[in-house]
Design a binder for this molecule. Structure first.
Ligand SMILES: [Zn+2]
Length: 84
């Protein structure tokens, strides 16, 4: 365990209180923490890898979360990520 590992970061984020940034930020919502955790777990698995019609590649991770669905990375022909 190090201060930057996943479990440490989630523990830190869960502990954030009102005004944690000194600019009036609220605590981080449990639903966001849960979704982030599940997305990280999903992305540790192999993605589906598909060619795209414009000469690129789509990497797609199924999160198993109905609200989120897949996490998709669209890679352009030139190797950059497509902005959505
Ligand atoms: Zn750690």
């Amino acid at each position: 365990m190090c201060e930057t590992c996943t479990e440490h970061r989630f523990e830190h984020i869960r502990s954030l209180k009102e005004n944690w940034d000194s600019y009036g930020a609220g605590p981080i919502d449990k639903r966001a923490i849960s979704a982030a955790h599940q997305i990280i777990q999903a992305m540790k698995r192999e993605p589906r890898i598909m060619p795209t019609s414009v000469g690129g590649i789509l990497l797609s991770w199924d999160t198993g979360l109905s609200e989120i669905g897949d996490v998709d990375l669209w890679i352009e022909a030139d190797g950059t990520l497509e902005e959505h």
